[in-house]
Design a protein around this ligand. Structure first.
Ligand code: ZN
Length: 625
C-alpha cells in the first residue's frame, strides 16, 4: 500500500502521543508500542481493522511497554497480539546490509577517495537513512534498534515493512551512485521479539545472504566508445574536475573526494579527547584541534616511520554467537551499542596514548598540524587503521588488550563465562603500497589469527586438562620490506620467507601468537632496544638463523655470549624459559608431527625490534617520537 502525506503526519502524531513511554520505559519499549500503534492506524486506514469485543487498547499497550522496558512485568504478549491483531503478526523486522563494501571503499588507491567512500557509507548507516525514513515515511528513529558496521536492524509495523526495506534499497545508490544495500523484511510475533530475538536475527541473517546471492541489478554507467575514463577508478566515464587537480573524475569518485573533507570521524575522536583532558593535552602538545587536519597522503604518516606504515585490522571474536544467544530486543540494543562504544574507546584511547599531533612541514591554508593516523573503518565490530610503522604493534596490541577488558561492561551477566576478545592482523609495509593490498593482506592475517582463536576455543571446550586456562585471542603479523607489490598469499609468503634450506626441517616463525605471548615478545623487543642492542647485532643474529638448525644454534649461542651485559641479561630470561620448556633447545622448539618440526620465536622477536620504542627495564617511555 502507499502512504499518502496525511498518513505520514498521523503516524508522527501517534508516535508523539506515546513519547511518555520513552521516558518511562526506554527507547526499545517506545519503538515496539509506537510501531504497534502505527500498525493499528494503518490497518484502520486500509479498512482491515477489527475492534475486539472487549479490551482497553491504551491500558494494554502500556502493559506491553512495561514488558519491553527494563525489568517490567511480563504481559501476555501472545494473547494481546491475537486479540487485537488476529492471526497476522503486527510487527516485522527489517534487516539490511551494505553490498560489497570493500570494492566500493577500496576501489581507488588514493586515500582521500577511500576515506570519503568509507565516510559516505558511515553517514548513511548512522545518520542519513534514519533522517530520510523519517522525512519520507514518518518513521521515528527509535525503530532502528541498531545501525552500525554497514547494517541495520529495524522494528516496523508489518504494513510498512516492505516500504521501509524498499526505501533503504533506493537510498543507497541514490546517495552514493555506486554503492548498494540489500534489505529484507520478515514478520515477527511479539513473543519472539521479547524472548527469542537471537533466533530471529539468525534467520534474518540467512535470508539476507540468500537475497544477496540473488541480487542482479547493479548500478550501470553508459560509456561512450571514445570517452575518457575517470583518473581515480579508471572504471567509469570521467565527468568533472574537482578541486585544483587537473584530473577528470567520474561522478562517484568526485562525490567520494568531496566527502573526504568532512571531519566526522575526527570530530568523534576530538569529542572523546574532550572527556579526557590529560590525554588531550598530551596528544595535542599545545597545537589547536581546529588547526589539525587529516594526513594528506599515507607518505605523511609513513615519514614518521622511516617510510613504513602499519595497517591494523581487528574484529570481535564470535560476535555472531553472542547476538544469537541474546533473547530480548532490549538485550540486543544494549549489546550492539556497548560493543560499538567499547571498540571506539579502545581505538581512540590507544591512538591518543601512543601518538601525538604533528606539525605539517609546510602549512596548508588553515592547517598547521596533522593527525598521524588514518581511520579507514570503525563501525560495528570492525576496525581498520593505518599508523606509523614505528608504533603500529603497540597501538594495535593495546586496542585489543583494552577491548578485552570491556567484557563486563558489554556482555550480559549470563554470558560472562564465554570467551570475549578480539583477534587481529598487523601488517608493516612501505607507505606507497596500494591501500587495497594492505586491506587484502591484513584480511588474510586476521583470518589466520581467527582460525587459531577458534581452534584453541574448540580444543579448550573438549580437552579437560585445557579447561582451566583462560582462552585467548590470537594475533598475526607480517613485515613486508620489499617495494614490489606482493601477489602471493600470506601462507605462501611465510613459507618463502621463513622456511629456508632444502631439508625443510625449520620454520623461523611461531605466528600467530596468543595475546599475552605477543605482549611478552613486544616488551622484550622494547627492552632489548632500551638495553642498547644494536641493529647490526640484530641483523647478524637474524642472518645466522638462516644457516640451518645446527649451525644457527651454535652461531646464535656464540653471538649471545659476546653481547654486552645489559642486552644479554634481557635475553637470559627468554633462554632460561626455553631451557625449562619441553621439546625446546634454544632457540628452537620442536613440534612433533608438525611440518616443519623445528620452529623459533627468536626471529619474530628480532623482527619486532625494529618497530618498537625502546623500553628501560620495566615500563619506560613508549611514546612515538
Ligand atoms: Zn571514478
Amino acid at each position: 500500500m502507499s502512504t499518502p502525506t496525511s498518513y505520514k503526519d498521523r503516524l508522527s502524531q501517534v508516535c508523539d502521543e506515546l513519547n511518555w513511554v520513552k521516558e518511562q520505559f526506554g527507547e526499545v519499549a517506545y519503538a515496539v508500542v509506537s510501531a504497534l500503534a502505527c500498525q493499528r492506524l494503518l490497518l484502520m486506514a486500509a479498512g482491515k481493522w477489527q475492534e475486539p469485543m472487549a479490551g482497553d487498547w491504551d491500558a494494554e499497550l502500556s502493559r506491553v511497554a512495561q514488558t519491553f522496558g527494563e525489568g517490567g512485568e511480563a504481559a501476555n504478549l501472545a494473547d494481546f497480539e491475537k486479540r487485537w491483531f488476529g492471526a497476522e503478526a503486527a510487527l516485522a523486522l527489517v534487516s539490511a546490509d551494505t553490498d560489497k563494501v570493500k570494492s566500493y571503499v577500496y576501489e581507488s588507491a588514493k586515500i582521500p577517495e577511500v576515506r570519503g567512500a568509507s565516510g559516505l557509507l558511515q553517514d548513511l548507516n548512522e545518520k542519513e537513512t534514519a533522517e530520510e525514513l523519517h522525512k519520507r515515511l514518518g518513521m521515528p528513529p527509535e525503530w532502528i534498534i541498531y545501525a552500525g558496521g554497514g547494517s541495520f536492524l529495524i522494528v516496523t509495523p508489518t504494513e510498512l515493512a516492505d516500504q521501509i526495506a524498499a526505501e533503504i534499497a533506493r537510498l543507497y545508490p541514490a546517495k552514493t551512485l555506486t554503492a548498494t544495500i540489500t534489505a529484507i523484511s520478515q514478520p515477527v510475533s511479539l513473543s519472539d521479539l521479547h524472548s527469542a530475538l537471537g533466533e530471529q536475527v539468525r534467520e534474518l541473517g540467512f535470508l539476507l545472504k540468500v537475497a544477496k546471492l540473488q541480487r542482479k541489478v547493479m548500478p550501470y554507467f553508459d560509456t561512450l566508445p571514445h570517452g575518457e575514463f575517470c583518473a581515480v577508478c579508471n572504471i567509469r566515464p570521467a565527468r568533472e574536475r574537482y578541486g585544483d587537480t587537473p584530473d577528470l573524475l567520474c561522478a562517484s569518485c568526485t562525490q567520494k573526494r568531496k566527502h573526504s573533507d568532512k571531519r566526522r570521524m575526527l570530530n568523534k575522536f576530538i569529542e572523546f579527547l574532550n572527556g579526557e583532558p590529560q590525554l588531550r593535552e598530551k596528544y595535542f602538545r599545545g597545537a589547536s584541534p581546529e588547526a589539525a587536519s587529516w594526513a594528506e597522503t599515507l607518505a605523511d604518516i609513513g615519514q614518521l616511520g622511516d617510510g613504513y606504515v602499519g595497517a591494523i585490522l581487528a574484529d570481535g571474536d564470535d560476535i555472531g554467537q553472542f547476538v544469537h544467544s541474546l533473547e530480548t530486543l532490549q538485550e540486543y540494543h544494549r549489546f550492539a551499542h556497548g560493543l560499538e562504544k567499547a571498540i571506539e574507546e579502545a581505538v581512540f584511547h590507544s591512538l591518543a596514548t601512543h601518538l601525538h599531533c604533528h606539525p605539517l612541514s609546510s602549512p596548508r591554508g588553515r592547517w598547521t598540524h596533522f593527525h598521524p593516523f588514518e581511520i579507514i573503518a570503525l563501525g560495528g565490530d570492525d576496525l581498520f587503521l593505518i599508523v606509523p610503522a614505528s608504533i603500529a604493534f603497540e597501538v594495535g596490541l593495546s586496542i585489543v588488550e583494552e577491548f578485552a577488558q570491556a567484557k563486563s561492561c558489554v556482555l550480559p551477566s549470563d554470558l560472562q563465562d564465554h570467551h570475549w576478545g578480539m583477534s587481529a592482523g598487523f601488517l608493516i609495509c612501505p607507505d606507497h603500497f596500494p591501500i587495497y593490498f594492505m586491506r587484502a593482506i591484513t584480511d588474510e592475517l586476521l583470518a589466520r589469527a581467527k582460525q587459531e582463536t577458534r581452534r584453541k576455543l574448540y580444543t579448550q571446550q573438549r580437552v579437560p586438562s585445557e579447561q582451566a586456562r583462560e582462552p585467548e585471542s590470537y594475533i598475526d603479523f607480517l613485515i613486508l620490506k620489499g617495494a614490489a607489490t606482493p601477489r602471493r598469499h600470506v601462507e605462501e609468503l611465510l613459507s618463502v620467507l621463513y622456511e629456508p634450506g632444502e631439508r625443510g626441517d625449520v620454520r623461523l616463525t611461531e605466528r600467530p601468537y596468543p595475546l599475552s605471548r605477543f605482549r611478552e615478545l613486544l616488551d622484550l623487543a622494547g627492552q632489548l632496544k632500551g638495553a642498547g642492542l644494536s641493529r647490526t647485532q640484530v641483523q647478524a643474529m637474524a642472518q645466522a638463523l638462516y644457516r640451518g638448525r645446527e649451525q644457527a644454534t651454535l652461531e646464535i649461542l656464540y653471538r649471545l655470549s659476546r653481547l654486552p651485559e645489559q642486552p644479554r641479561r634481557v635475553l637470559d630470561d627468554l633462554i632460561q624459559q626455553s631451557l625449562r620448556a619441553e621439546n625446546a633447545l634454544f632457540p628452537w622448539t620442536e613440534h612433533p608431527g608438525a611440518r616443519p618440526p623445528y620452529r623459533t620465536t627468536f626471529l619474530d622477536l628480532l623482527e619486532l625490534y625494529e618497530f618498537v620504542q625502546p623500553l628501560q627495564g620495566e615500563g619506560g617511555d613508549d611514546d612515538a617520537s
